[in-house]
Write a protein that binds this ligand. Structure first.
Ligand SMILES: C[S@@+](CC[C@H](N)C(=O)[O-])C[C@H]1O[C@@H](n2cnc3c(N)ncnc32)[C@H](O)[C@@H]1O
Length: 223
């Protein structure tokens, strides 16, 4: 179950907008407690099956989601890529914060998480892609999506082979739009070792209101 701030301000906006926008801005709490508990159980099962790939026993907190949204400047973004959406808590929060005409490409390596995301999130702005973050350029091109203004990553760089981490960082740096942001949240700092050669020094912050506390690294590609 998500822990952290609820999306009250967004909900009040949603209720004052056109009927068609209400669904796009649905609050996570409106999904119901049971759906949230099911997500948590599916996430834990995914972790127990592939601990190195999933990297965490529970989904990100609402506090972390809001920090990611601010760090990536999602309210202004036209095209966003999420690497490792898991059971979709972060994905829903990003959609809540994004423009109604924006696009979100979510790339997930786990077939069971991919199937769950496809079955549980119905939003015309979202494309869920099964595959590895290494293929980000190929997936953007296949969907005819523009260079992303933001790429947000929750994938565990600390447990993947170094060659894979390097290829993902290089691919993210190559596809980002000028002035685009790469935001990565991690307990450890491996992602900074991979991305800094391509994007320079990141801004680094801690989000302590998450289990476990994580670092949030933000790179901005030169304009
Ligand atoms: C820590 S979970 C993050 C889930 C969710 N975004 C959150 O913050 O609660 C990491 C996710 O990254 C996925 N993942 C790991 N390696 C990946 C890769 N190379 N490409 C895409 N997804 C990957 C895992 O399957 C898992 O769903």
């Amino acid at each position: 179950m998500r822990h952290g701030p609820q999306a009250t301000p967004r909900a009040s906006v949603a209720r004052s907008t056109a009927p068609g926008e209400l669904r796009l801005n649905a609050r996570p709490t409106e999904r119901g407690l049971l759906a949230a508990v099911r997500d948590d159980i599916a996430f834990l099962k995914g972790f127990l099956q592939h601990p190195d790939q999933v990297g965490s026993v529970i989904p990100s907190s609402g506090f972390l989601e809001q920090r990611l949204i601010r760090s990536a400047a999602l309210a202004q973004a036209r095209c966003v890529v999420e690497l490792g959406p898991g059971t979709g808590g972060t994905t829903r929060a990003f959609l809540d914060a994004m423009r109604i005409d924006a696009h979100l490409l979510a790339i997930e390596l786990s077939a069971s998480f991919h199937a769950r995301l496809t079955a549980t999130i119905d939003d015309p702005r979202l494309v869920v892609q099964l595959g590895s973050a290494e293929q980000i350029a190929e997936f953007l091109a296949a969907r005819r999506l523009p260079a992303p203004d933001a790429v947000i990553s929750g994938i565990p760089f600390s447990t993947m082979p170094a060659a894979v981490g390097d290829r993902i960082a290089q691919a993210v740096a190559a596809v980002l739009a000028p002035a685009g942001r790469f935001v990565a949240y991690q307990v450890r700092a491996h992602v900074a070792d991979y991305a800094s050669p391509y994007l320079g020094s990141p801004r680094a912050q801690w989000e302590v209101l998450n289990i476990p506390p994580v670092r949030v690294f933000t790179w901005t590609k030169p304009a």
